[in-house]
Design a protein around this ligand. Structure first.
Ligand SMILES: Nc1ncnc2c1ncn2[C@@H]1O[C@H](COP(=O)(O)OP(=O)(O)OP(=O)(O)O)[C@@H](O)[C@H]1O
Length: 685
């Protein structure tokens, strides 16, 4: 119509006519074109849609449309993992219920990890294969149920870790798992998977757990080097690493990941007639256990009623002190010489009306009042705040640490993180017992460890009564620390830095000199500025401005390496004190220089007794320490590798021949820094 208008226009008006036509065309066509263009959803849009699908998504109150999920590398929304963009979701232990629908997250092409462990999700396994960039998926400890389609993991080239443990999945193990090209770790334990294990083809598969399912048939050859415990508690699994199958095994059927309808493995075997007696025995045992449980519950209720009466008499109904099962009344006439409060600035006195929140069941309860009244001794004043030893009237000796800079997250998220820490359970982690929350300060309560810290043993003056740690004790300590770290790395895989504050004063020793890690996994709740200034992780080479000030899982490895060197040399690492990494002050530089100058023997702590016949193991540990302290992260060891190598160190007496050690371990120790020759002992003593 407009062109027609132009056709009739004079030649003089032609340019303005063309211009007019362009404008008109844009006006007419734009809405049509725009309506067909699909603008991709932003991370925030996707997450908000995802929140809407959750039955109790309202708990994510920080997820607000007018804010953004990330502030640079830090999360602005709770549970979001950021690196300028959202790369992960860590929604663990939040009491989330209902079904899990991951469809809204499909447009998030940078999403690498999703963890919803320790929730109450139910219903079928969420559809995940459209999330093709995913590297790890953690669904353990929920109530997911039903069969997983054979092709559930098809087309996921990057998936490395998949944790489905302790749900109620049944049917056969999905065949597409067996063909994931990058799979490193898979946990299927604690479900009701049936039938045969498919033929896993991944050569790099490091950890696979199948225990406590209903699996049967021969274990595929590709899994025969796995720990036998990984297959325990199944109906009828056989062949290596378990005992051989009695009858010739039916062949493991090859997998067809593209066929969702026909799972590759045959249905489970029919129940054997001979199992009648087994069932009868199980029923009797279950009956006995039920009777015992009922008796214990009765006993506990009686004691609770009695103690409740006692506690209400003692509190005189004035102060709100939590009533505790085993609370013993405090003698109010005895005024303790010093108390936790007296030691602290009075203005910062905890609100006695507040409550101590316990995160463990297996601990005798006490109240904040008990702590406030207890005679207390200052253990030290660290970078986070002061620690007090408090002996309460029930006989328990506790450590209360005051933290003033723990405001990285809001109240709910803080509580959730504390509960997560409370669930950790390992011989080499000092368990968090309880905590107290106030916006301005937090108290964390742990048990007192009688043998003080590794730092005090390495650096305090020694006497005849308290000689320096000998080699065997140091080896035991570093092995325990390694185990504790390995556990933290397994249990908190989504934390950027699972420990974050590894140093010798954060390793305390029990009566048998078993080490226990303290101050772990606090980075998520620690105020960023304070963390940057004071946590050891932030003093590593990669946190130099020139290196981009990044923190990664390998940063913990660096700190662990420094700890190993500190333990072997007895020298205090200046980096614990100075802010940022200063190579000139660094213990790492000193050790490296000594090794280069072929003075390796002079590196080891002169106060360390029991070195005789242990040189080979000491040198091996020194090498591990140096490889954990490689400046370049790419060359630095993985935590898992360091832990595995430390486990191979022997505690007994050995052959003193360094050459034989080098042969034995040459495949393990391929340090780029030093030749084995450089480790020739030059101790002249
Ligand atoms: N549960 C515990 N049992 C025995 N000693 C402890 C316990 N917790 C802490 N300590 C010791 O108390 C002292 C003070 O500890 P605190 O954690 O306050 O400071 P730090 O470890 O020196 O520094 P930071 O605050 O940076 O962690 C340290 O020597 C520490 O080893």
């Amino acid at each position: 119509m407009h062109m027609l208008a132009c056709n009739t226009a004079s030649k003089k008006n032609l340019p303005s006519c063309i211009f007019l036509n362009i404008i008109i065309s844009i006006t007419v066509l734009c809405p049509v074109v725009m309506s067909q263009l699909v603008v991709p959803d932003s991370d925030a849009d996707c997450l908000l849609k995802f929140k809407d699908t959750l039955a109790n998504g309202s708990v994510f109150y920080s997820w607000e449309p007018e804010t953004s999920p990330c502030k640079g590398n830090y999360a602005n929304w709770f549970g979001v993992l950021c690196s300028n963009y959202v790369w992960g979701l860590q929604l663990e232990g939040m009491g989330l219920t209902g079904t899990l629908d991951l469809e809204p997250l499909v447009p998030m092409k940078n999403l690498r990890t999703i963890s919803v462990m320790n929730n109450e999700f139910s219903g079928p396994m969420p559809e995940i294969k459209k999330l093709s960039s995913l590297k790890s998926l953690y669904l353990s400890n929920n109530r997911f149920s039903g069969e997983i389609p054979g092709d559930a993991f098809h087309g996921m080239p990057h998936l490395k870790k998949i944790l489905l443990a302790n749900n109620a999945f049944r049917g056969t193990i999905p065949s597409s798992l067996a063909t994931l090209p990058m799979l490193l770790e898979m946990r299927l334990n604690g479900n009701q998977f049936q039938g045969q294990i498919p033929n896993f083809q991944q050569e790099d598969l490091k950890l696979a757990s199948f225990e406590n399912n209903d699996l049967d048939g021969p274990i595929p050859a590709s899994l025969r080097n796995m720990d036998p415990g990984s297959f325990a508690g199944n109906k009828d699994l056989c062949d290596a690493p378990l005992s051989p199958c009695s009858s010739p095994p039916s062949p493991v059927i090859p997998v067809d990941p593209l066929d969702p309808k026909s799972p590759p493995n045959p249905p489970p075997n029919e129940k054997k007639t001979g199992s009648f007696y087994t069932i009868a025995i199980i029923l009797i045992v279950v009956g006995i256990i039920l009777v015992i449980i009922a008796l214990v519950i009765c006993l506990m209720q009686t004691r609770r009623r009695r103690n409740h009466r006692l506690s209400s008499y003692s509190s005189a109904g004035k102060e709100r002190v939590e009533s505790y099962t085993y609370h013993q009344p405090v003698n109010k006439n005895t005024r303790p010489a010093e108390s936790v409060v007296n030691h602290a600035k009075r203005g910062a006195m905890p609100d006695p009306a507040g409550r101590l929140l316990f995160v463990r069941e297996d601990i005798q309860r006490f109240g904040l009042q008990d702590l406030l009244r207890a005679s207390a001794e200052v253990l030290g004043s660290g970078t986070f705040g002061a620690s007090y030893k408090a002996a309460i009237s029930s006989g328990q000796t506790l450590v209360v640490k005051r933290y003033k800079h723990m405001n990285n997250v809001g109240r709910d998220e803080f509580h959730e993180h504390m509960r997560r820490l409370g669930r950790l359970n390992h011989l080499n982690l000092l368990p968090l017992i309880a905590y107290y929350y106030r916006k301005e300060e937090k108290l964390l309560v742990t048990q007192f460890m009688p043998n003080s810290s590794l730092a005090s043993h390495l650096h305090a003056n020694h006497s005849v009564d308290t000689p320096g740690l000998d080699w065997i004790a140091r080896l035991k300590i570093i092995k325990g620390v390694a185990k504790g770290l390995s556990y933290l790395y397994n249990e908190l895989p989504t934390l950027t830095i699972p420990h974050g504050h590894i140093k010798s004063s954060n390793i305390v020793l029990d009566e048998t000199f078993e080490p226990l890690l303290t101050d772990y996994a606090l980075r998520p709740v620690m105020s960023s500025e304070h963390a940057h200034s004071f946590m050891t992780a932030y003093k590593s080479p990669e946190y130099r401005p020139a290196k981009g000030q990044v923190i990664t899982k390998k940063t913990d490895v660096w700190c662990f390496g420094v700890l190993i060197l500190e333990l072997l040399t007895g020298r205090f690492p200046e980096n614990y004190l100075t802010q940022g990494y200063d190579p000139n002050m660094s213990l790492v530089t000193w050790v490296n220089n000594m090794v280069k100058e072929k003075k390796t023997g002079d590196v080891f702590d002169k106060e360390m007794k029991g070195k005789k016949n242990c040189k080979a193991e000491m040198i091996s540990l020194l090498k591990i320490g140096l490889r954990c302290c490689e400046e370049e992260e790419e060359r630095r060891m993985e935590m898992r590798e360091a832990v595995e190598m430390i486990e191979t160190l022997r505690e007994g007496e050995f052959d003193d021949d360094i050459g034989s050690m080098d042969q034995r371990t040459s495949n393990l120790y391929s340090s780029m820094l030093v030749d084995d020759d450089d480790f020739g002992f030059s101790m002249h003593r």
